[in-house]
Design a protein around this ligand. Structure first.
Ligand SMILES: C[S@@+](CC[C@H](N)C(=O)[O-])C[C@H]1O[C@@H](n2cnc3c(N)ncnc32)[C@H](O)[C@@H]1O
Length: 286
């Protein structure tokens, strides 16, 4: 029987829907587009054409992985972030759009700081935020650290491919980071132990546990980072802005921790585009 694009698409949607995959229609269109090498608009306009055997096989192998609840970004091997395309694989967390806020805040703040100002991205994962900052502010000195050697190897590959100048360091938070910086950003693990067991299989079974587990209340790493930043007088004196991404339910608790760590600074909660608490901003007098 002739397999048309339309029939293949309908079958793919039904299969992904049956497997419990989120946004099955959108995901099926994306997979069909990858398998055929054609944009979605082309597929729509030619949906009565036959799908060649080789493309049908490619679609089948992609569908098999996504229906088994492997994350789409790992299956495709890439993810867009702040206008760049990052190579993505299970060595690091898949960057989320919410984290683009850390980049926007940093790029805006760098405009008011002297050229060559330093930025530290703590827990860089795939390098997403650090690389987007380095590309958006080529004069800045961007340092990125992570406790995971796997994540750092992916981050280095991404920086090389995209021509971003970033200094990468393996470090437990700031322990091995000698540099001082006026800007520190971090999207550290903030999922609570209880929540981890309720995450969808794409996340729970595939994304690195070290990128998710934030301890009993999700704020273990935030607490430790605040202690490192506030406990070192020299590092503390260099700070102008700290932006910490947190979970939507953690805003007030994280803000209070930040305010207690830095009583002389101003700590506040910033919301994301979905109007959820997302980032703790700590601003220091210059
Ligand atoms: C939620 S992921 C975020 C990754 C990246 N910032 C992003 O937004 O895509 C948290 C990252 O923090 C790293 N991490 C966890 N514990 C750490 C620690 N003690 N010191 C440094 N990095 C840590 C993980 O390896 C992971 O890459």
């Amino acid at each position: 029987m002739r397999l048309t694009i339309q029939v293949a698409l309908r079958a793919a949607i039904a299969r992904l829907d049956g497997a419990g995959v989120d946004a099955p229609a959108n995901t099926a269109r994306q997979l069909l587009s990858v398998a055929t090498g054609r944009p979605r608009e082309w597929l729509l306009a030619h949906d009565d054409e036959t799908l060649p055997d080789a493309q049908a096989q490619t679609l089948e192998s992609l569908l098999e992985r996504v229906a088994a609840r492997e994350p789409l970004a790992y299956v495709l091997g890439e993810r867009g972030f702040h206008g760049i395309t990052l190579k993505i694989d299970p060595r690091a967390l898949i960057p989320r759009p919410e984290t683009e806020m850390l980049v926007d805040l940093t790029l805006a703040a760098l405009r008011a700081l002297p050229a060559g100002a330093a930025v530290i991205d703590v827990g860089t994962g795939s390098g997403a935020a650090a690389i987007a900052i380095a590309l958006g502010a080529p004069g800045a000195h961007v340092i990125a650290c992570d406790v995971s050697a796997d994540a750092l190897s992916l981050a280095r590959e991404n920086a090389d491919r995209l021509g971003a100048r970033v200094t990468f360091l393996e470090s437990d938070l700031l322990t091995n980071v000698p540099d001082l910086a006026p800007i520190v950003v971090a999207n550290l693990p903030y999922v609570t132990r209880e929540e981890i067991d309720m995450l969808p299989p794409e996340i729970q079974a595939h994304e690195p546990r070290v990128a998710l587990d934030g301890g009993a209340d999700g704020l273990d790493l935030v607490r430790r980072l605040l202690a490192q930043l506030s406990g070192d007088a020299v590092r503390r004196a260099a700070l102008r802005h700290v932006w910490l991404e947190v979970g939507a339910s953690q805003g007030p608790a994280a803000r209070d921790l930040a305010q207690a760590a830095f009583p002389d600074a101003r700590a506040r909660i910033l919301q994301d585009l979905a109007r959820l608490d997302r980032v703790i901003a700590i601003e220091f007098e210059s």
